[in-house]
Structure formats: C-alpha cells, structure tokens
Design a protein around this ligand. Structure first.
Ligand code: SAH
Ligand code: MG
Length: 215
C-alpha cells in the first residue's frame, strides 16, 4: 500500500519493480520497518543516495536521523568508510547499534545518541555528504551546523522536503501540520537562494533536495 505519495502510484510501482529486491539483513530491516511503522528511506530515495556515494566517491557522511540504522548500513555498503549518525530515540539507537554490528560495520558507523540540535554543536569533522532525515520542523536548526561541517564540493541531501505534497500547495496542508510546512517552505527557499549552494528539488520518494556546496 502506497499512500500519501507525491507521485502516481503506477509510476512508483513501476520504478520499484526495477530495483533489485534486497536480501539478508537489509530485507529483514525493511520488513521490521514496515511492520513497526519505522519511517526508513523509500527504496528509490536510498538508491539515489547509494549512487551519489558511488558517483562522488563519497567517503565520509554525517546522517541526522538514524532510526534503526537502515540507511546508514546501506550507505556503508555503497562505499562510505566513515558515517557519524545521530538519533534521539534510545530504543531506535540501541536497535541500530545491534543491526550495525550484525552488518559488520561497527568500525565504520558511529551512533551519537541525543538531540541533533545539541549533538551537532559538539561535532567538528568535515564530511563529503550530509543526509538530513530527522524531524522536519527542525531542518532549519540542523542546517547551520551542517553547512559548517560540509566540505567544499560536498553534497547536502535533505529528505522529505515535499512532505506528502504539503510544501508545494496549501490545498494539501493538514491543519495540524501548518507549522512544519511553513518551516519546510522556509528551508527549501533558503537552500535554493543560498549563496554557497546550488540546489535541485526532486519529486522522488517524499521529495528530496540535493545541494552542492561551492568549492
Ligand atoms: N535515515 C533513516 C530514517 C530516519 S527516520 C533511514 O532512512 O533508515 C527519522 C529519525 O529521526 C527517527 O528515528 C527520529 O527519532 C529521529 N529524530 C527526530 N528528531 C531528531 C533530533 N532532533 N535529533 C536526533 N534524531 C531525531
Ligand atoms: Mg526520510
């Protein structure tokens, strides 16, 4: 069942049929996520991340929003050698840690448990790619730290920025979501007008913004 999607269902089904089904631990995590409503990246979105990692020879990644470690494990599998990932939920972080060990990536992926708005202040590495995929109302707050730690030429990948279409049109906005939508619109505008970034908005998954930082 594909609901609340920004794309035609037949297009999504068609694209998903082209993607290789996952096996082993990855398939198990996908099943767990589906059964427990864990919002892991959509298949076509994580595929794009894997391709960007390969095309850009991305080695170091910062991820905001680990959940159960699904995207971190797939990004390590695509060739990322150092991933720092932040998760506020204790149970999710503990689950992710186990999954990462099972994947054999405990030397490559480091989980920081806590609120990214605090944890980000303490980090000072620089990264080839930063993946923002946590609370949608907080992207603006994550951003300044991400900008500081993104290498020149690095990629900022922001997920869910179309937010079931609500970002694009008032007609879809649910009243309870107004604040989040306003903040997402401000975030997208900021990305698209930022002097150090070049940005494209893709209607992929739940909407993705890919930005490149100037060299
Ligand atoms: N990137 C994951 C999915 C992340 S889901 C994947 O594709 O597999 C979003 C996660 O962000 C949730 O687990 C939620 O607990 C976490 N989160 C939300 N706000 C956060 C914050 N301020 N700091 C850290 N994690 C946060
Ligand atoms: Mg997402």
């Amino acid at each position: 069942m594909i609901d609340d999607n920004i794309n035609y269902e037949y297009i999504i089904r068609y694209i998903r049929r082209t993607l290789k089904p996952q096996v082993g631990l990855i398939a198990e995590l996908e099943e767990f996520a589906a059964e427990n409503s864990v919002p892991i990246s959509q298949p076509e979105t994580i595929k794009l991340l894997e391709l960007l990692i390969k095309i850009g020879n991305v080695k170091s990644i910062l991820e905001v929003g680990t959940a159960i470690g699904y995207s971190a494990i797939r990004m390590a599998g695509a060739g990322a050698e150092h991933i720092d990932t932040i998760e506020i939920n204790h149970d999710a972080a503990a689950f992710a840690e186990k999954s990462i060990k099972r994947a054999g990536f405990e030397d490559r992926i480091r989980i920081f448990e806590g609120d990214a708005r605090e944890v980000l202040k303490e980090l000072d590495r620089s990264y080839d790619l930063i993946f923002i995929d946590a609370a949608k109302a907080q992207y603006n707050e994550f951003f300044k730290h991400c900008m500081r730690m993104l290498k020149p030429g690095g990629i900022l990948f922001s997920d869910n920025i179309l937010y079931k279409g609500m970002t694009a049109t008032d007609e879809l906005v649910q009243h309870r979501k107004i604040t989040i939508v306003k903040r997402l619109r401000r975030y997208v505008d900021m990305l698209c007008t930022h002097s150090e970034l070049e940005t494209d908005i893709l209607p992929l998954g739940d909407g993705v913004a890919i930005s490149v930082k100037g060299r």
